[in-house]
Design a protein around this ligand. Structure first.
Ligand code: CP
Length: 340
């Protein structure tokens, strides 16, 4: 079978079903709402689902008859398709709702939308501007609500990216991830996720992009328990820090809710670009990551994205398997025969 994946990770430890069972019926608005054991268990299940799909007996129909409503206030390629294909693969169904094509465009509110959608479907995944919109959905929906990105956080992305890092390096502990560029929802979820799972994390972002201190402090507090080293720079870090970086991660300078004068900022921001020159200053075997979409020539260059030092494509593909694991934990029956 043709695959672009690296396979440094050959096997995964057994799935902690007890940890996953405790997630049943809950919302997934932030990785921090779950324990390290639960995030690890999701990775273990995702590993099993990926291998069953690509090399084994196929994806088990763990969500047969289940429907996921997917509401989008913002554009999406990966989140939409990975959730939809992921539900289909598990024997379920997903429906795409452009918020502007629903009655919300005529001022029906999120409360009534949550009450209505949860009457027809088994879960709601939403991509929204405000994190509090997700909290409203969660408050009024008796069914699980999943954060498909807000201005503040992108937890599904990072749960999946940490899986990709584990898959490539064969471990998470001792891995050092650096995010460089404009601090955003992805960077915040990355800081929190790394802190939870014992990954060292460096944030390098120009001072003009104020880092949300509440989230950064939360990440530091979590890191004290896991042992992650958390560092924050308002310039590119010095050579001795770069030398220990295994993953150079970046994201678009301009998030979907932002408007920047990119021409004016280019001289400052281009110093944070993820490219081969940066990887050459990092640890041996360092890899580039980007959640996509990318603006090639800005935060990342084209050649590194398609090089053997890129995890960008397995990173995109793994979204589906990790979200399938999440959906199974929130909606499925882990004790059913087909889950064995
Ligand atoms: N990375 C990510 O969330 O991609 P989309 O915006 O295409 O969903």
């Amino acid at each position: 079978m043709k695959t672009t994946h690296s396979h440094h990770q050959k096997e995964m430890k057994p799935i902690n079903r007890k940890a996953l069972r405790a997630m049943r019926g809950k919302d997934f608005l932030n990785t921090t709402h779950y324990s390290r054991e639960q995030l690890e268990a999701l990775h273990a299940l995702a590993f099993q689902l990926k291998h069953a799909h690509l090399y084994g007996s196929g994806t088990p129909p763990l969500l047969e008859g289940k429907t996921l409503a997917m509401v989008f206030e913002k554009p999406s390629t990966r989140t939409r398709v990975s959730f939809e294909a992921g539900m289909f693969g598990l024997g379920g169904h997903a429906l795409y709702l452009d918020a502007q094509k629903t009655q919300m465009s005529r001022s029906e509110d999120w409360q009534d939308t949550a009450r209505t959608l949860s009457g027809y479907t088994d879960a709601i995944m939403a991509r929204v501007y405000e994190q509090r919109t997700l909290e409203t959905l969660a408050k009024y929906s008796p069914k699980p609500v999943i954060n498909g990105l807000s201005n503040s956080l992108h937890p599904c992305q990072i749960l999946s990216d940490l899986f990709t890092i584990r898959e490539h390096f064969g471990k998470l502990e001792g891995v050092h991830v650096m995010y460089s560029g404009v601090v955003d929802n992805v960077a915040y979820s990355l800081a929190l996720g790394c802190a939870q799972l014992g990954v060292d994390f460096t944030l390098a972002t120009p001072r003009m992009f104020h880092t949300n201190q509440a989230i950064w402090k939360q990440a530091q507090t979590i890191a004290k328990k896991s042992g992650s080293l958390m560092q924050h720079f308002d310039s590119m870090p010095p050579a001795k820090v770069l030398k220990s970086v295994h993953v150079a991660y970046t994201d678009e300078w301009e998030s979907m809710h932002m408007k920047l004068d990119k021409a004016k900022l280019f001289p400052t921001l281009s110093k944070y670009q993820v490219n081969e020159k940066l990887l050459a200053q990092c640890a041996k075997g360092a890899m580039a990551m980007h959640c996509l979409p990318a603006i090639k020539g800005e935060e990342v260059n084209s050649s590194v994205m398609y090089s053997k030092h890129s995890l960008v494509w397995p990173q995109a593909q793994n979204r589906m398997y990790v979200q399938q694991a999440l959906l199974v934990a929130l909606l499925g029956d882990l004790d059913s025969k087909s889950s064995e």
